[in-house]
Design a protein around this ligand. Structure first.
Ligand SMILES: *[C@@H]1O[C@H](CO)[C@@H](O)[C@H](O)[C@H]1NC(C)=O
Ligand SMILES: *[C@@H]1O[C@H](CO)[C@@H](O)[C@H](O)[C@H]1NC(C)=O
Ligand SMILES: *[C@@H]1O[C@H](CO)[C@@H](O)[C@H](O)[C@H]1NC(C)=O
Ligand SMILES: *[C@@H]1O[C@H](CO)[C@@H](O)[C@H](O)[C@H]1NC(C)=O
Length: 225
């Protein structure tokens, strides 16, 4: 026999299950998530939200594999500019920019498309794709900004390093300063576009290792002097 207490308990658990299992993978204009809330890609592979690395108390907007422990951070937005308490927000603002705001509504990071060239209207949405790419797209489906163009220290399948000679954007990976600080560290890997494009590892601006150009079988690796 099922009494009403049992029914109420079941409803309670069902409701809390439904509440925690519905997660957003996109933001429309003026929509936001607060610290403690996350975006989850459609099939639950990637999750995005605020985290504190290592012993840091700073809050950073990052993404990681949802099902992998310990937390493995793949991308960080405000890597140089942490939020200092749990009042941070990720928002798609009225200009069509993704922004990280602190508790005083001051912008600490922006996708910065509005100050560049991009004309948007209120059909713009931010979507967190199942590939781990966070994109801003227009109503027509044109991608006007994507996190894949701004790697942190990890390359995900589909991300490419290299120069875009039209926009002048140099996509490169840069190490974290330390496990407690995702700010840009000393090491980066990039494509050296001079001559034949070559993958290189740099310490600061000095090339430490040329990974070489594709020779048809593999990469030619040579240390530089
Ligand atoms: C999500 O998973 C379903 C079922 O496994 C699959 O059919 C679909 O292609 C997946 N979608 C993406 C974007 O990976
Ligand atoms: C968080 O920090 C901001 C300043 O960056 C401050 O205005 C706000 O009151 C703080 N919020 C809490 C809950 O401490
Ligand atoms: C945004 O873009 C403009 C124009 O390219 C640039 O001058 C400015 O420094 C950028 N701001 C940020 C916060 O990246
Ligand atoms: C604004 O959005 C509508 C609806 O998606 C679209 O048809 C229109 O072309 C957009 N206008 C501009 C300037 O992007």
């Amino acid at each position: 026999m099922i009494d009403s207490i049992t029914v109420i308990f079941c409803l309670f658990f069902l409701c809390s299950y439904l509440r925690t299992s519905t997660s957003l993978d996109s933001l429309s204009l003026n929509q936001f998530i607060k610290d403690g809330e996350t975006l989850v890609s459609a099939n639950g592979t990637f999750e995005m939200g605020f985290f504190s690395p290592g012993n840091s108390k700073g809050r950073y907007l990052g993404m990681w594999y949802k099902k992998l422990t310990p937390l493995t951070v793949l991308w960080v937005a405000n890597r140089e500019t942490p939020v200092h308490n749990n009042s941070g927000v990720l928002k798609l603002n009225e200009n069509g920019d993704l922004v990280v705001l602190n508790g005083e509504n001051t912008m600490v990071w922006s996708s910065n498309i509005s100050s560049n060239r991009v004309v948007v209207n209120n059909s713009i949405t931010a979507k967190f794709l199942e590939t781990g790419n966070l994109v801003l797209k227009t109503g027509k489906g044109d991608i006007v900004w994507q996190s894949f163009d701004y790697p942190t220290d990890t390359l995900l399948p589909g991300m490419k390093l290299g120069w875009n000679f039209i926009t002048g954007l140099n996509k490169k990976q840069t190490s974290w300063k330390s496990i407690d600080d995702p700010a840009k560290g000393e090491y980066s890997s990039a494509i050296d576009p001079r001559g034949y494009p070559q993958a290189v590892i740099l310490k600061g601006s000095v090339i430490r290792l040329r990974i070489g150009s594709w020779n048809g079988r593999g990469m030619d690796i040579q240390h530089s002097h």
